[in-house]
Design a protein around this ligand. Structure first.
Ligand SMILES: NC(=O)c1ccc[n+]([C@@H]2O[C@H](COP(=O)([O-])OP(=O)(O)OC[C@H]3O[C@@H](n4cnc5c(N)ncnc54)[C@H](OP(=O)(O)O)[C@@H]3O)[C@@H](O)[C@H]2O)c1
Length: 271
């Protein structure tokens, strides 16, 4: 199959963010983008908004598109794959974002030698600021993988990893926003505790997070500890705060949380 048409099955939260990114940010001609969702209203609204093709059924999408993104829930993927198995053509590439569903499993539901890519996005992808871990099956050529990476640029940063690290990517990056949100929530409470109105504390803390992350991005060869040391003056406020954080096991607590999330991802995948 030699065309450049792109299909997307599942137009929910993640699927619609991907479709919007592909059309609005990457600039793919919307007439080359085919969408399909069991929820007809959701499909028609999105296809209308983006001026893409709203496929009448899976057959229409699968017969037309070379690159096909699958953005349905993990529990829906097996029946979906079996329903498209007989329509699959040689050369098609399937990129799934279903959490915990392995490349092996997807390949086993499709015809032999199918090309499968597995992705683990996180929620900031909805704003184009996400992280997407990507692994490819052995039938995918490097240029085919890079084509998919180009389309994902609209959702954030893509990071290639070996598939055995996908559970770890779930624990660190998929779950990642929750750690940051909890940190922000607690810092806002702390701001209120030392005398700020909640809205003022909130503005300060969120801007602090954005600014600190930008400093790391702009100095991407600098270790976070270097930046931290640069704001730690002798017998100053930062050193007093760090002492309490270390004593309370802040680092150990975060390390254990990421390991627990990774273990849970593995357990869910196996179970
Ligand atoms: N949200 C996240 O933070 C996140 C992070 C990483 C990975 N993911 C993965 O992203 C995937 C999508 O998540 P989501 O939050 O976008 O889910 P969602 O909002 O529920 O969207 C899934 C859509 O797919 C539709 N659907 C189900 N089976 C279908 C089929 N056979 N053919 C066509 N459409 C079908 C659903 O329709 P109905 O509603 O009618 O069933 C729904 O509209 C999941 O596999 C999840 O693991 C999500």
């Amino acid at each position: 199959m030699e065309n450049n048409k792109i299909g997307l099955i599942g137009c929910g939260a993640m699927g619609s963010a991907l479709a919007k990114g592909i059309v609005k940010k990457v600039g793919i001609d919307p007439s080359l983008v085919y969408l399909y969702d069991l929820n007809r209203e959701r499909l028609e609204d999105l296809a209308h908004e983006l001026n893409t093709v709203g496929a009448n059924d899976l057959d229409e999408l699968v017969s037309q598109c070379r690159k096909i993104f699958i953005a349905v829930k993990p529990q829906d993927i097996e029946s979906l794959l079996y329903s498209i198995k007989d329509m699959v053509q040689q050369g098609q590439i399937f990129a799934s974002i279903a959490a915990g569903i392995t490349i092996n499993f997807i390949e086993s539901c499709l015809p032999p030698d199918s090309k499968v890519i597995r992705l683990m996005p996180n929620t900031p992808c909805l704003l184009g600021e996400g992280t997407i871990a990507i692994s490819s099956g052995e039938n995918v050529l490097p240029e085919e993988r890079d084509d998919i990476i180009d389309l994902l640029k609209s959702m954030g940063k893509t990071i290639r990893i070996p598939e055995y690290l996908m559970d770890a990517a779930t624990g660190l990056s998929g779950t990642g926003p929750a750690y940051v949100f909890l940190f922000i929530e607690t810092m806002i409470d702390a701001g209120v505790a030392v005398g700020f109105r909640r809205d003022v504390a909130s503005e300060m803390v969120i801007q602090n997070i954005i600014g600190s992350a930008r400093m790391l991005q702009d100095n991407n060869r600098q270790h976070p500890a270097e930046l931290r040391n640069s704001v730690t003056s002798p017998a100053g406020t930062t050193t007093a705060a760090m002492h309490v954080l270390e004593e309370s096991g802040f680092r150990s607590c975060l390390l254990k949380s990421v390991i627990a999330a990774t273990n849970q991802a593995e357990k869910l995948r196996r179970g």
